[in-house]
Design a protein around this ligand. Structure first.
Ligand SMILES: Cc1cc2nc3c(=O)[nH]c(=O)nc-3n(C[C@H](O)[C@H](O)[C@H](O)COP(=O)(O)OP(=O)(O)OC[C@H]3O[C@@H](n4cnc5c(N)ncnc54)[C@H](O)[C@@H]3O)c2cc1C
Length: 278
């Protein structure tokens, strides 16, 4: 099906982007791998799109002072190689190969996925698991929002229509952190369920734990109760089993038994993998 007609603005500067967004009915066009697909399916279309692909400086991926900074034009595939080091880079490499397929990863962007806020997408859950900060830029300057407060529902975030997501900052995981990822994907293009883990072990006990769940609710979910089960003790099989059980205690709606079973198994797998990579 052909997309609905929309006005197209090719921005060449951040000022152009902000001017276009100021009318409140314009959407940013980054990789187009969600926006154009929705428009082609005649889903909800914006009145106008502002293409940010010609704006210099938006494709930067830098790591300074222990913080990874990702710009709006950094494509998914940038995270396939060893560009990002340490346990954070390890987790990104584990996750990115599950996003779509190579042509989508060559064009789609991490920040586009975060702004899109699909509860079945991988990057939003990685952002909350890694305690990222989101920078939103609008007419009055920039503001910073912690990842866990950015997502407010399926495909909705705290971003105002006149703002764009200009950077995402990831603090490095401490030394001694192991990461894991496990997903259940059958015939759909997105995972039906997935679990992500980053566990820091110091002196034989868990000093920090973050567990994120994909498609476990309207927003990306951190399994805080499961994390608390792990803190202060060894990362034993018994602890992993108890944490997996706690993670599966989600509001699963229909098919609750099957869904909880899936999150139990996936969390156990992700935590076991994290332990092996500590
Ligand atoms: C066949 C197929 C399979 C896929 N499989 C997966 C999958 O398994 N997992 C997964 O996570 N994703 C999957 N995707 C989606 C893909 O990851 C997209 O690339 C991503 O969701 C959006 O990134 P984009 O750069 O293409 O954004 P766009 O499509 O350009 O934009 C998406 C939305 O975000 C907004 N937006 C984009 N950038 C910004 C910004 N900087 N500031 C504010 N708003 C912005 C746009 O206005 C739009 O509303 C799949 C897509 C396809 C077509």
């Amino acid at each position: 099906m052909r997309p609905a007609c929309v006005e197209y603005v090719a921005a060449t500067s951040v000022d152009d982007v902000l001017e276009a967004l100021s009318d409140g009915t314009t959407d940013v066009l980054a990789g187009g791998q969600s926006l154009l697909v929705e428009m082609a399916a005649r889903g909800e279309s914006p009145r106008r799109v502002v293409d940010i692909n010609r704006v210099a400086g938006l494709g930067t991926l830098t790591g300074d002072g222990g913080t990874l900074r990702v710009g709006p034009l950094v494509r998914h595939r940038a995270f396939e190689s060893a560009t990002v080091g340490g346990p954070l880079g390890d987790l990104m490499r584990l996750v990115v190969c599950h996003i779509g397929h190579p042509p989508i990863r060559a064009v789609g962007t991490m920040l586009g996925s975060l702004a899109h806020a699909d509860p079945a997408a991988e990057w939003p859950v990685l952002a909350i698991t890694a305690r990222a900060e989101f920078v939103l830029t609008g007419p009055d300057g920039s503001r910073t929002v912690p990842a866990e407060r950015f997502f407010t529902g399926p495909f909705t975030t705290v971003r105002r229509p006149d703002e764009f997501l200009s950077e995402v900052r990831y603090p490095a995981f401490p030394a001694g952190t192991g990461t894991g990822y496990a997903e259940d994907r059958r015939v759909t293009v997105y995972p039906q369920a997935a679990a992500m883990a980053a566990v820091t072990v110091t002196g034989g006990v868990v000093a920090a734990a973050a567990i994120g769940l994909v498609n476990a609710g309207p927003c990306p979910v951190r399994a805080h109760a499961a994390e608390n089960v792990l803190l202060g003790g060894p990362l034993s099989d018994a602890a992993i089993g108890a944490a997996a059980e706690a993670a599966a205690e989600i509001d699963a709606g229909d098919n609750a038994r099957r869904v909880r079973k899936a999150f139990h198994v996936l969390t156990r797998r992700a935590l076991t993998q994290a332990r092996d990579r500590c």
